[in-house]
Design a protein around this ligand. Sequence first.
Ligand code: MOS
Length: 754
Amino acid sequence: MSLDLSSDTSARPTTRYGSNSGQPLTRRDGILKVTGQATYAADNHPAQLAYAVMVGATIARGRVTAMDVEAASRHPGIIEVFTPDNAPAFAHDPDEKMPPFGFRLELLQNHSVRYAGQPIALVVAETLEAATEGAHLLQPVYETDEARTGLENGVQFDPQAVGVGGPPSTSHGNLDTAFAASETIVEAEYSTPAQYHNAMEPHAVVAEWNGNHLTLDMPNQALAMSCASYARYFDIPVENVVIRSPFLGGGFGSKAILNGPQILAIAAARKLKRPVKLALTRAQMYGPVGHRGQTWQTLRMGLSADGRLKAIHHRSISATSSFDDFLEPAANASLPLYAADALLAEHKGLRLDIGTPGPMRAPGEASGSAALEVAIDEAAEACGLDPLEFRLLNYAESEPGSGRPFSSKALRECYERGAEVFGWQQRLRAPRTMRDDNGLLVGWGMGTAVFPCPMFPAQARTTVRADGSVLVETGGVDMGQGAWTALAQIAAEALGLEAHEIEFRSGVSTLPDAGVAGGSGHTASAGLALSNSGLDALAKLAEIATNDPDSPLFGAGNIGVLPRGGRLVRRDDESRGERFADILTRAKQSEVIGEAKSMREPGNAEKFAMYSHGAVFAEVKVDPDLGQIRTTRMVGAFAAGRVINPRLVRSQYYGGMIWGTSFALHEAALIDHRTGRVMNADLAEYHVPVNADVPSLEAILVAEDDPYVNAIGVKGVGEIGITGTVGAIANAVWHATGRRVRNFPIHIEDILGL
Ligand code: MOS
């Protein structure tokens, strides 16, 4: 039989038919969250719960020579003190990486200290207070080596890979020839600081063993992958591990990766035969759970006399730890966007005595585009061109070096609509020429936003029951971005239902694997699986009905059927059809189950460039006497495929633009190079923007119908907002003040003495 459901349930933005994709639904879990009914990992208190407190090293390099385990153990309420002398054994060697995302971990395997904040002991007690006191009593004694925490004393090396397995060097064209043919060469150095994820919810775990079965309540961005990793550490079958992660208070990449403290708590629970809870303190999140590594970047650009980019050479020195590699693929930000005859992006690594960095919202693109978009502004200035005009002249029609068509139409629309709404035409070219009524210097700047569209393997299940009810399931997490709301909309659309008409279950690893919530690819990956599982369920219903002489759909197999409001109807005559419930009841079936995996058409990624695009315009005001900088207005226009839920998508863009503001003006972890410790390991001194720092934000959703990215036409929206914003603000600061600041974040002292 032929069943053609796809054309009416896929990417066509005009088809609605009672489905509610495209509508600004509020979050499905919103009421639970605002009424305090949403339980986070550390809210769980199983019977017999014991409390673990991690002890972190207070030096950055050396050895622990003594700890007063006796004093700690004598303390009332202490159950066990774990140190390297009685450390749990693991089936996987923590000094070995576990691909794809597993890092080398500190699991008390020896007394050496490789960074400040490294776990050196775990104290478990009857109460959190007792465990905390016991931890203080340990009073570790160190033999301290000099900490290498800066560009001056770190050790540079040629990395094998950058990011998650990416090549350290990528090029096309002949760079020497292209520079030789250039009229003008612009070159400058940029730096970006270490940043920490600082999710509202700290890394936490409640671990409970039942024989060889392990149940974990923990925030986790990659349930199935993590189950597999824990199974290897503890030598149990993967199906014995259950992770429950119903709510997650921010992840940003840090909760997709296993970390030492959580594994130690799980090991403690096994040894003590009791459930154990561990929640890191805010300060303890600066070390063992990843961060965005520092970069030092150089951009050299060759330009023709008429302002065309001929050559781009982007280099990054990216910091990592002394014992493992995660390098910000910062230079790769220059690969996808601007046309040039020749392009080279390359990386060096820098070993420092710090915790291993990891992916943090827009890893690579955030730091790399911060430098690139300022460099582009400098190139425009060198050619005497308006920054928008320069970008319109130089953005690539196809992905540079690959020949794959780029979504240049969508990007052009982002430039044009953003500029129009912002009022860019009113901008005076020269810096320091615009002032407001109060005499503050006004600057307008812009940046291009671009982010790839990865997809992860994902699975889903749709059950249509004889009573007409529908259950859709996929084991993923909603880390605040509204994934479950959008995913339910996609699932409902495939079934011809409204999102409120379906039951949606997620957040636990026993459900079909929703893949990784990362890379801005979760909605596309899990959404496609849900959509396909719905289509599979409908196909099974159609199979029954079209072969049943008592059904009004009998014989419609060659014509095809469509789902409409809980009914299947004939494609050629929508008045003829019947309810899902009736089809199943007459067939005496209690349910049909649709199952699917998500996969991008493999050929499409070879033939077409896959990116979301955007353009961000920023206004800053600078006090000429005090150097105080305020972002007063931002407009971002973004094209990211089909918009499933404009409320949530806009909110993601706002989040990205606010994070970009943070990157440009506020955020940095500062290391005391004498001790190697982060000095501002708290939310008082680790600056992030508050409402007053972001008075006016606008996100324009540019419609884009991309039939190639996947069958539901969905791209990612989570990370792209950072990528254009950092440069836009830095460029606005230049326009306001005439000062080109290339080290982030921009400080008052960088522009004082105007
Ligand atoms: Mo993200 S840094 O892929 O959670």
